[in-house]
Every structure is written in structure tokens, then in C-alpha cells.
Design a protein around this ligand. Structure first.
Ligand code: SAM
Length: 198
């Protein structure tokens, strides 16, 4: 399925690289799409569309899936709209140009994929956990935050970066102490957390 779209996908990856837009790396995407297929995930809420790459990959890997994806940056959102059209996936990918922390969503999903501002992960989790179907999954990317999480704080020179790393550490603690979910963190790509609703 993905094979026939090879050139168009490559164009998206190259655009992301040239514009410095962070998109999921190959290992992470492979993990995510395999997870979707093996758990027969039929609906996804994605926080952080960027230019639509991960949403398109998720839609291509499983024809039964529908995705709602939220992006607050207008330029990226518009590029995502163009990309989704290029793949003819408008009927399965709904894009919302909003700040995820302001949006009200009442639908329920089999999976919520958090891939937006890393310092807000706990807030995203708390805001959207009620949008999860029973036994659904919340997946969070960049749990190791480009390797910074394994570093000692004294090694991180920038004050802002140190604050961000602290917030991601707090998110690890929040997940570990959350009794309503069971979380496993996988050493895939930049670290992926899979939190299953009990
Ligand atoms: N999931 C995308 C992919 O792999 O193709 C990459 C998403 S990128 C890592 C994170 C995106 O989240 C950025 O484009 C950023 O503008 C967006 N973002 C950050 N905070 C957000 C928020 N509060 N609401 C909506 N979008 C947000």
C-alpha cells in the first residue's frame, strides 16, 4: 500500500527537513503503524499534525482507520491540508487548526497519539484521557527527548532546555504513578510510551 506512494512520501520528508519541521522518524513510524495494525485501531486523535506525515502514514497502513489531528501552526496546518489532499485521504483524516489545549472534543477514540509541545504532555494526557474508548491506548513520542533525558542536568547548559527536560521527567513520573493506566516505555526511536487504559 505505502509502496505506490513512495515518491510523495519522500517529498513530504524532504520538505520537513528543508523547513526544519520535526516529523516522526522511520523507526517510530514503523512502530506506530505496526501497533495500529496488530491492535486493529480504528480511530485516532493526534495532537500535533505538523504537515500531516504521521497522520498520512497511519491512514495508509490501515484502510479502516479514521484520524482527527490537531495543529496550532497555520502554515503547517495548511501544508497538511495540501498533503492529505495529494493522497486523497480527506475522507479519513480530519484536520483541525486549533490549539489542542483550547479545543473541545466529545468523540471517543481507540488511540490518542501525543506528539506536540513536549512540556505539555501531562496536560494533553489529562485533557484527552476522557476521549479514550475502554481499553484504548495513549501513545507519546519523544520520551527520551533526543537523549537529553539520559543526561545529568548539569550537562545541559540552557536554562529553558533544563526546564523542558524537567517537565518530561515529571511526565515519566506522572505515567508511572497513574493507576488507571499501565504504561510501558519502549526504546524505539526517541522513546515511545504506550499507556493502556485498564
Ligand atoms: N506528528 C507529526 C509527524 O510525525 O508528522 C509531527 C508533529 S511535530 C513533532 C509537533 C507539532 O505540534 C508542531 O507542528 C507544533 O506546531 C504542534 N503543536 C505544539 N503544541 C501544540 C498545541 N498545543 N496544539 C496544537 N498543536 C501543537
Amino acid at each position: 500500500m505505502v509502496g505506490v506512494y513512495h515518491t510523495k512520501l519522500k517529498e513530504i520528508r524532504e520538505y520537513a527537513k528543508s523547513e526544519n519541521i520535526p516529523i516522526m522518524q522511520e523507526e517510530g513510524i514503523d512502530y506506530l503503524t505496526t501497533f495500529i495494525i496488530s491492535h486493529q485501531i480504528k480511530s485516532v486523535l493526534e495532537i500535533g499534525t505538523a504537515i500531516g506525515y504521521s497522520a498520512i502514514m497511519m491512514a495508509l497502513c490501515y484502510p479502516k482507520i479514521t484520524i482527527t489531528s490537531i495543529e496550532r501552526d497555520e502554515k503547517r496546518y495548511l501544508e497538511a491540508v495540501r498533503n492529505v489532499k495529494k493522497f486523497g485521504l480527506e475522507n479519513r483524516i480530519q484536520l483541525l487548526f486549533r490549539d489542542a489545549l483550547d479545543v473541545k472534543i466529545s468523540d471517543k477514540y481507540d488511540m490518542i497519539f501525543i506528539d506536540a509541545a513536549k512540556g505539555q504532555n501531562t496536560n494533553f494526557f489529562k485533557k484527552f484521557e476522557s476521549n479514550l474508548n475502554d481499553h484504548g491506548f495513549i501513545i507519546t513520542d519523544n520520551m527520551y527527548f533526543h537523549g537529553y533525558l539520559q543526561k545529568d542536568e548539569s550537562e545541559i547548559k540552557s536554562k529553558n532546555l533544563r526546564a523542558l527536560v524537567r517537565k518530561i521527567r515529571d511526565y515519566h513520573t506522572f505515567l508511572a504513578n497513574n493507576t488507571e493506566f499501565s504504561t510501558k516505555i519502549y526504546q524505539v526511536g526517541d522513546g515511545i510510551a504506550v499507556s493502556e487504559k485498564k
